[in-house]
Write a protein that binds this ligand. Structure first.
Ligand code: NI
Length: 255
């Protein structure tokens, strides 16, 4: 059985078949999904999905893309949601310098605030880092006493950098890109990451693994990510599945 640590099943791309698709996940080998917030509304819907389905858990938070649209009251709303049942993390939070949809200074402020929020709620953080590795690391290092675990979601940085993130107690999550034909960095990470630091994800509906690249992703495809990592490491799929499931349960404190 597999644990998809990062999906956005509230996305409108699932509007037509969401319930059926989710109900079929257990028979496709998916035991757990963390549905991750990006806006206030998406965070609310994450909590809603976690209420509705026993194997879905929720993360609540504001994505760096969205922070320019937010006021401080949004932070209070996230805090209130973080207290709800089955909310296991604050996320996704972080920095995105690839798209720069929000001013960088504002992204940093919100990242900082949401780390504090997670600390106050005693929750781990789900970190989005795109082309901002050095600044993400700087902020995390400066706040390391306030980090109660977390994960580098769909990690795309170097192995050198990954070691610093792991030193801060963070897990490294690999997704669809590790299966892509030209993948280099994620493959190196898959080879080198200590097995007790590795978790897997889909980031559905985005980043579908090969052979579904470019199409809608869904949590059942997390199996293709696990298969690729198993192949890279010369291990059995079941081993990678079991190890990453146990790690994710520890990360999100799921009994
Ligand atoms: Ni995401």
């Amino acid at each position: 059985m597999l644990f998809d640590t990062h999906a956005h099943l509230e996305d409108e791309m699932f509007d037509e078949d969401r319930d059926q698709l989710i109900r079929e996940l257990p028979e496709k080998g998916v035991a757990y999904v963390v549905n991750v917030g990006s806006t206030l509304e998406a965070s609310r819907m994450s909590v809603e999905l976690a209420t509705q389905y026993p194997f879905i858990y929720a993360a609540v938070g504001i994505h760096p893309h969205e922070v320019a649209q937010m006021n401080r009251e949004a932070l209070d709303a996230i805090e209130a949601m973080a207290k709800r049942d089955k909310v296991v993390a604050v996320g996704e939070v972080g920095l995105d310098y690839y798209y720069d949809f929000s001013p960088r200074e504002l992204q940093k402020e919100w990242f900082d605030w949401q780390i504090d929020l997670a600390y106050n709620m005693r929750l781990p953080i789900i970190i989005h880092d795109r082309d901002a590795h050095a600044d993400v690391l700087d902020i995390l290092k400066a706040k390391k006493d306030k980090i109660l675990g977390g994960v580098m979601h769909c990690y795309s940085g170097s192995w050198e950098m990954a070691k610093y993130f792991m030193d801060l107690g963070l897990y490294i999550s690999l997704g669809g890109p590790v299966t892509f034909k030209n993948a280099k960095r994620p493959v190196e990470i898959a080879q080198k990451v200590p097995l007790d630091r590795l978790v897997i994800e889909t980031d559905s509906p985005y980043l579908a693994p090969t052979p579904y690249r470019g199409r809608r992703n869904n949590p059942a495809y997390v199996r293709l990510v696990a298969e690729k990592i198993a192949e890279i490491r010369g291990m059995a799929l079941e081993e990678i599945a079991n190890i990453t499931l146990d790690n994710a349960k520890k990360l999100f404190k799921i009994k």
